[in-house]
Design a protein around this ligand. Structure first.
Ligand SMILES: *Cc1c(COP(=O)(O)O)cnc(C)c1O
Length: 663
């Protein structure tokens, strides 16, 4: 059986070790049958299937559906110690965060990848047939090390081992593309994404240039995600995803009815399909989701450089459909996708509006489908158990997370309010245990800011005026603050920002009685789950309207974590739902925005004002005299969970299917 199964999934079992984890009924400890079913539907001409292309995927197997393996796991695939930079510096030299978990498949950098991963999980939950295309990043994104002496980040290459990563298997078929006139061979890998109930699965195909038959300078094209050393590498990576992706689907014999480009990176896919089919027909089956509201975020390349890398036929299509209107010598992948995909969407209502302002000619075409998160990945155990207990009132949310809106009906249930608070305290206790060397305590007001350190997200705003922060803590009660995030190594302003944050933390060194502040090294999906579920307040302060959607706050609301946010991205759609506090700059209706004025000063003032109010409310009603049953804080927590009935990928994927895929 395993060999017959291996033939079906096209596994390369020349290395027998891959068969150790596959039995007649199990695949790495998970049921085998869903894979057989999924493959058969993808191969069938009479059933409808979609293909989804994304540069990155964050699947978080350390916290959800962890595969089991009989083979030894390479120590490089284990997440071990992490450093912490705090204002209790002596602690930092003696203690590290002990983590003993499988390293999350390191093929993502942040929110875009996690969204793609969550999308696959909900697609499997909804039993839709889809094959995902991505790249096997041999050195991941990067490993963030702190440089204690200089107070900054040192990006290190990540050494992980794809050959022994549980659930990841090499395939027999290989594909090749022509890059700058030479053949580039690509190995294909497969990883399966299971539904929550383990009854369905779908394959993620990963392309890999690290093959001995390739010349040395081709082999590292798939080493690092968003490596930006030069444009040729960037173009080659986009060719691998788009052109290699189409060839991979063909090599596997999948019958695809709909192609979905998650961001413009994969736009070259259509140039490959256009070799055999007329563009007018292809337009109907290609869809494009844009994630960037920042002008500079769109992929742009010099046409000459593209011409040198691509085959002639592909270049012709780019020239015809992908020219930047204002710069005819430049190809713009967003334009290419807008001109060749009939269905186009932004990732929140507000983002759709901003896109329509940026691309007025495409106003009719651009729709909005608001992002979500995969509920079962991000819900913590205590909250899940709590909601399970109230299932008669909520409904079968484990099959349909949109039913979480019914948590609203429990708002006046005193027992539920108490149970919710104790589930939250249980999460906070876990966090305090995790940070025990830094003396974190579950009774103390705790806030987190964690995401990619991009300038428009304004990572340092909370520390803009440390004296004001200290003043609040002395007046209202102690504050515990956790910060985490990586700055892209080539993003010098963001790296400098990071240095500044660490310096500011140092200035609070004598103040640990009032403020405990930790910056966690190497933020990833594992930390994301801990933080989004266990703090009291989730801080999100991008400069509006720059945040296309933002998703970390959605992970937090599933867990009843109160939002403290500027009015941007998904938050605009929940602004009247009392899920926390909204502050800061509000852009004019037709404003696209400019990054040259980050409005740090003004918005920081509002941040401190709001923080003081939140901390006061926390201390007065939750640890003060009043009982938690009366606290409006609990109302906000209930509203958060109830809103998570909307901001999930179950609802989002259903919308994609109704409006775009039609599966
Ligand atoms: C969810 C997530 C993000 C996205 O954060 P935003 O608030 O949307 O910017 C980034 N990084 C990791 C590791 C995540 O899990």
């Amino acid at each position: 059986m395993p060999k017959k199964f291996a033939e079906l999934i096209r596994l390369d079992y020349s290395n027998e070790k891959y068969l150790n984890d596959i039995s007649a009924s199990e695949y790495y400890g998970f049921p085998l049958q869903p894979i057989i079913d999924a493959e058969q539907v993808l191969l069938s001409m009479d059933k409808k299937s979609a293909a989804y292309f994304s540069m990155e995927y964050g699947l978080a197997p350390s916290v959800y559906h962890t595969f089991k393996t009989a083979n030894p796991i390479n120590k490089n695939n284990v997440l071990s110690e992490h450093e912490v930079f705090s204002n209790m510096k002596d602690m930092d030299y003696y203690h590290v965060l002990p983590v003993k978990k499988i390293l999350d498949l390191p093929i993502y950098s942040g929110g875009l990848g996690v969204l793609a991963g969550d999308t696959l999980k909900s697609t499997a939950d909804l039993q839709l047939s889809l094959a995902a295309i991505g790249i096997l990043w041999n050195k991941g994104y990067f490993h963030q090390k702190f440089w204690f002496k200089a107070g900054g980040q040192v990006p290190e290459a990540l050494a992980w081992d794809p050959n022994s990563y549980p659930g990841l298997v090499p395939l027999k078929p290989k594909v090749n593309i022509t890059l700058s006139g030479q053949k580039l061979y690509l190995r294909l890998w497969k990883y399966y994404v299971y539904s929550n109930n383990l009854k369905h699965a779908l394959p993620l195909i990963l392309l890999d240039a690290n093959l001995p038959e390739n010349p040395e300078f081709f082999r590292d094209l798939t080493d690092q995600l968003y490596k930006s050393t030069n444009n040729w590498i960037k173009i080659a990576q986009r060719m691998i995803l788009g052109i290699g992706g189409i060839k991979a689907l063909e090599a596997l014999g999948y019958s695809i009815n709909q192609y979905h480009l998650n961001e413009g990176h994969a736009a070259l896919a259509i140039t490959e399909k256009a070799k055999k089919e007329p563009i007018e027909e292809l337009k109907k089956i290609f869809a494009f989701t844009c994630h960037t509201p920042v002008e500079a975020g769109h992929d742009r390349f010099d046409l000459q450089e593209l011409e040198a890398a691509l085959e002639k036929e592909n270049t012709e299509i780019v020239k015809k459909f992908g020219r930047d209107e204002r710069h005819p010598h430049i190809a713009n992948f967003t334009m290419l996708a807008l001109n060749t995909c009939e269905k186009v969407n932004g990732v929140a209502q507000k983002h759709g509006e901003v896109m329509r302002l940026q691309f007025p000619k495409y106003q009719e075409q651009i729709k909005s489908i608001t992002n979500g998160v995969h509920t079962f990945t991000w819900i913590s155990q205590p909250i899940r158990e709590l909601l399970h207990k109230y299932k008669p009132q909520i409904g079968d949310f484990e099959n349909d997370p949109t039913l979480l809106k019914n948590v609203q009906n429990l708002k006046s249930n005193i027992k539920f309010r108490e149970d919710l608070w104790s589930a939250h305290l249980q999460n906070k206790k876990g966090l305090s245990e995790f940070l025990k060397f830094w003396f974190f305590h579950e009774k103390v007001f705790t806030l987190a800011w964690a995401r990619r350190l991009a300038l428009y997200k304004r990572p340092g705003m909370l520390l803009q005026d440390v004296n004001r922060l200290l003043d609040i803590a002395q007046k209202v009660g102690p504050l515990q603050i956790i910060i985490a995030g990586k700055a892209h190594p080539a993003d010098t302003p963001a790296s400098l920002h990071m240095d500044e944050i660490l310096e500011k933390i140092t200035t609070l060194s004598g103040e640990r009685k009032f403020i405990r502040i930790c910056f966690l090294e190497n933020y990833d999906t594992y930390f994301a789950k801990i933080l989004t579920s266990s703090v009291d307040v989730w801080l999100n302060n991008p400069l509006p309207p720059f945040e296309a959607s933002g998703t970390s706050g959605m992970k937090a609301i599933v867990n009843g974590v109160v939002q403290f946010s500027t009015l941007d991205g998904w938050v605009v759609e929940a602004a009247d739902k009392n899920i926390g506090k909204i502050f800061g700059y509000v852009p004019k209706p037709n404003e696209i925005g400019g990054e040259n004025n980050l409005r740090l000063e003004e918005d920081a003032q509002e941040l401190y004002k709001g923080l003081e109010e939140l901390a006061l409310q926390y201390y007065l009603t939750l640890v003060g005299k009043q009982t938690i049953t009366e606290s409006q804080w609990i109302d906000m927590m209930v509203n958060c969970i109830s809103e998570s009935g909307y901001f999930n990928t179950h609802r989002m994927v259903a919308e994609y299917n109704t409006n775009i895929w039609g599966l």
